[in-house]
Structure formats: C-alpha cells, structure tokens
Design a protein around this ligand. Structure first.
Ligand SMILES: Nc1ncnc2c1ncn2[C@@H]1O[C@H](COP(=O)(O)OP(=O)(O)OP(=O)(O)O)[C@@H](O)[C@H]1O
Ligand SMILES: [Mg+2]
Length: 251
C-alpha cells in the first residue's frame, strides 16, 4: 500500500531538513501506529504525504501501490484514495460541513468513475454515518471545524472517512484535550473501516488509544527517521520505559 524509501524532506521556506532518511512500509489491510517524542517529525510526515507545498522532498520516494506520488498534487492524491486527518484540522469558514462533504464525496466518486450521488441518497448516507457517530445533524449546517470542540472535530474527521471510503488513511491525533469518548470515537471509527484493501496510519502519543485500536505494527520516529519498529508490544514498552532506551540504541 505505502512504501516510503529513504525520504528526505525540508521546509521550503528556509531549507530546514525535518525528515532525514525515513523508511516505512505499510501493507494492505494493516493498521500502523507511529509514535515518537514531540518534534520528531510526525506531523511533518503527514504534511509531506498530503503533498503540501510548503515542504520539499529532496531525496527518496513515496510509493503508493507501487507508484510514486511525489509528482501528484494534493487533490490528485486525495482522488487516488489517500486521506489525511491533521493534528490541527483546517477550519473552513463560509462552507457548511454538509456542503463540504457533498463536494468532497462527489469529487471522490468522479475520480472513481462513478456518477454524483442524488441528494436523497447523499442525505441518507450522511444521516447513517452521523448517527453511528452520535453526531447531531444540526452541527453539519455549521461551517466545517469552525468553533468545533476537539471531540466534535474528531467526529467530523471520522465522518469524512466513513463517507469517502479512502484506501489509505493517515490520522494525526492531537496529543491533548481528547476525552475518553473522543478516543473511543476515533478508535471505533478506525476499527469499523478496517478492511483487507485499506490501510490506516495512526500517529499518536497515547498507548491508551492503541488499547482500542490494536495496531499491527508500531514505529518509533525520532529526528525524522524510523528508529525502531515492532508490534503492539512496542507501544506498551514505550509507555513503561519511555523513548530514552531506543534513542540511545539508535545513536
Ligand atoms: N516552519 C518551520 N521552521 C522551522 N522548524 C519547523 C517549522 N515547522 C516545523 N518545524 C520543526 O520541525 C520539527 C518537527 O515538527 P513536527 O510538527 O513534525 O513534530 P511532531 O513529531 O508532529 O511533534 P508533536 O508530537 O509535538 O506533534 C520540530 O522541531 C519543529 O519545530
Ligand atoms: Mg505533531
């Protein structure tokens, strides 16, 4: 599904290298967790995967189903089935969430060669997905993410995922402020999307989240590199002993 090879990426504006030779493979159907200390480059990796223009890839490659995505713009990557949920989701003033969802879903359908959904079909799908997330339909009339609480943003993010049915989901989870209900929303959302042809990358500081979403693989990111990979037990070990041991080992 996803193969990142010796990736180097820097901030376009000042040339600061943040991703420094990162290797990562995520197989079809796999749920991978990425952990790592603050500032290790986790969010930067999600921006580079999204294709944000303020980052430059200087070396290495990102292969999605065997093909490089480096030359694809963010819209093309989304159309190909790559979904990114950022640590700090963008607020979109002036566009009702519902309208945003319809546009996004129909763009996705168009990319898959499908016709746009008729309004009643679209509404039925949204109601179904929102209902499963305990989301009030009134909220969907509000502009996307504007004034949403942390938990509401999480719900909105999972709602988008459920509707768009991406093949590769990358979720950068906020490291504070999520209550246990929000953690469960994310976990249930991810678990409900598990499929043999879909992969999920969850960036998190929470071992607790990984009690609900049991990952197939866990990777530790440090200074822009994956310094350790393992299974779910690696996250438990990190929770107990912290990163120091692995950082010393990698140095
Ligand atoms: N515009 C910028 N100029 C200089 N340095 C930057 C810029 N943007 C990000 N960085 C640095 O890049 C590093 C990686 O940041 P990033 O947000 O990817 O970390 P992270 O692993 O997601 O951390 P956290 O766990 O706190 O979310 C940090 O040291 C950060 O200060
Ligand atoms: Mg981050």
């Amino acid at each position: 599904m996803l193969e990142i090879r010796n990736l180097h990426a820097r901030i376009a504006e000042d040339g600061t290298e943040i991703i420094r030779g990162l290797n990562l493979t995520v197989r079809d159907g796999e749920v991978a967790a990425i952990m790592g200390p603050n500032g290790s480059g986790k969010s930067t990796l999600s921006y580079v995967l999204a294709g944000r223009e303020d980052y430059e890839v200087t070396d290495g490659d990102i292969l999605y189903n065997g093909h490089s995505i480096l030359e694809m713009d963010p819209a093309e990557r989304a159309a190909a089935g790559i979904f990114l949920a950022f640590q700090y989701p963008m607020e979109i003033p002036g566009v009702a969430t519902m309208e945003f969802l319809k546009t996004a879903l129909n763009a996705q359908r168009k990319a898959r060669g499908e016709d746009p959904l008729k309004v009643p079909d679209f509404l039925r799908r949204v109601k179904e997905a929102a209902g499963s997330l305990d989301m009030d339909m009134a909220m969907l009339k509000r502009p996307l993410n504007v004034g949403f609480s942390g938990g509401e943003k999480k719900r909105a993010e999972i709602l988008q995922m459920k509707l768009l049915e991406p093949k590769l989901c990358v979720l950068d989870e906020t490291d504070s402020g999520l209550d246990i209900d929000a953690l469960k929303i994310v976990a249930d959302g991810v678990n409900s999307l598990r499929a043999p042809d879909r992969s999920v990358v969850v960036i998190t500081h929470y071992q607790r989240l990984l009690d609900f979403i049991v990952p197939d693989t866990v990777h530790v990111l440090y200074k822009g590199q994956v310094i350790k990979s393992g299974d779910k037990n690696l996250a438990i070990e990190l929770e107990k002993n912290g990163y120091a041991g692995f950082i010393a080992e990698a140095a």
